[in-house]
Write a protein that binds this ligand. Structure first.
Ligand SMILES: [Zn+2]
Length: 432
């Protein structure tokens, strides 16, 4: 197994994203058994490893963490653009109803190519066809939190809940080091409070977290207010949702009371700026949430509403949108934004014990960026460049658990041509 080999990254600039250190120049990272064993500057001469990567002119950052996505939706990239969320969802659900397990597998593989090539090492996914997605994750080598969105309004809530419980039980038993199963009510407008209570009870019994969509559009706010005289967040609190670790996507419309609930329960709020912009959903009050101590991460959402799974691009949108929204150029600084894409993103997903920083004892989830580029010269400020200037094509290496998934821009675990061939075949059958 490649992961059991040792790996040394030398002569590299390291941005560890830890509390005590902003940057290590001429640094090295030694990895053994998938774990970061040593991080420092000035590599000891005797130090060697089975595999060595020369990091000259490169910057190492913790692998990027995509907090909210729907990987198989890459199949629907560009299929129905320029529609508001609720109309767009109806269009998506028609095609998704026709997708086979095989289609889900190849579409999630397509997404994993894009994520690996743009430096993402962990993603939190919500879809159906979980066994196929888990198989793709296992082969691709990424780290993933997986759940099936239960939509009671589709008329099969109970059946899907039982299927997703079976999935969680199976993957808990497998104990796969890179796959974490979760439960997921899709949203408060597609699941009744009764169903959500049931999901919370099961999450308690199975000891797993919950991933959901919350407070995404004005229309959702109106639906929930009319039906329950609550906000989505206060309604969810009443169902007991926040008694479990929660990953909540969007949070565009939040009152002070809602924000206090998120903060008090240490829920992870995932900011999806590009999807929120494209669907004209609104702007999440991220700068304010951070001031209030809410745990925030960044997600791309699915490729049908983005239309990419590129965390480099997403972090740039994340920062720029907060500056415009707050009319404040200091809002969401480059460093804060990189933290949301790495260390703070890991915290929002509840996986900060294992990933999100480059430090001894963490899993070796690392992304290398080639800084020998005209658009990254001069190197006035490395962290500023990462957020405002780096392109995802500057990513040379993506490493998860010490396994090199992208090596000098070569994919090591996925046959890209084969995946694209299958995707084109599915497109002809499903979308033409
Ligand atoms: Zn979503």
């Amino acid at each position: 197994m490649q992961t059991k080999e040792s790996l040394l990254i030398k002569n590299v600039t390291i941005v560890p994203m830890t509390k005590d250190q902003e940057m290590i120049e001429h640094g090295y990272i030694l990895i053994k058994d998938g774990l970061i064993q040593e991080v420092g500057s000035e590599r000891p001469a005797a130090l060697t490893a089975d595999q060595v990567i020369d990091g000259t002119n490169r910057v190492a950052i913790p692998g990027l963490i995509n907090g909210h996505t729907h990987t198989p939706m890459s199949l629907l990239r560009g299929y129905r653009d320029d529609l508001p969320l609720m109309d767009w969802l109806q269009e998506m659900w028609v095609i998704e109803g026709k997708m086979t397990a095989d289609d889900v597998y190849w579409a999630s593989m397509l997404s994993m190519i894009e994520m690996i090539e743009s430096g993402t090492t962990t993603f939190s996914d919500m879809y159906f066809g979980l066994d196929e997605i888990a198989q793709a994750v296992d082969q691709a080598g990424l780290r993933a939190l997986l759940c099936e969105a239960i939509m009671e309004t589709a008329g099969n809530g109970e059946e899907r809940l039982q299927a997703t419980i079976a999935f969680v039980e199976k993957w808990k038993q497998v104990g796969h080091s890179r796959i974490t199963p979760l439960l997921s009510p899709h949203a408060p407008y597609t699941c009744s409070p009764n169903m959500i209570e049931k999901i919370v009870q099961e999450a308690e019994r199975l000891d797993c977290a919950i991933h959901t969509h919350l407070a995404e559009t004005r229309q959702e706010m109106t639906i929930i207010a009319n039906e329950y005289q609550e906000s989505p967040i206060t309604l969810m609190e009443k169902t007991g949702l926040f008694s479990r670790p929660v990953i909540a996507a969007h949070g565009v419309y939040l009152s002070d009371q809602d924000i206090a609930i998120l903060q008090q329960h240490q829920a992870g709020l995932i900011y999806n700026p590009k999807s929120n912009m494209k669907l004209a959903s609104g702007i999440a009050p991220i700068a304010h949430l951070l001031e209030q101590g809410v745990r925030v991460g960044i997600g791309t959402d699915g490729s049908a509403s983005n239309n990419a799974l590129d965390m480099i691009e997403e972090m740039r949108f994340a920062s720029l949108l907060q500056k415009v929204a707050n009319e404040d150029a200091t809002a969401l600084s480059a460093y804060q934004t990189l933290a949301l894409g790495t260390s703070q993103g890991a915290r929002a997903l509840g996986i900060d014990q294992i990933t999100g920083t480059i430090e001894t004892g963490k899993q070796a989830d690392i992304t290398l960026i080639d800084f020998d580029q005209p658009h990254l010269s001069p190197k006035n400020n490395i962290i500023s460049h990462i957020i405002y200037s780096v392109k995802s094509t500057d990513i040379t290496h993506t490493i998860v658990d010490g396994q090199v998934l992208l090596n000098n821009r070569q994919l090591m675990t996925i046959d890209k041509e084969k995946v694209i061939w299958h995707i084109n075949e599915i497109k002809e059958r499903l979308l033409s």
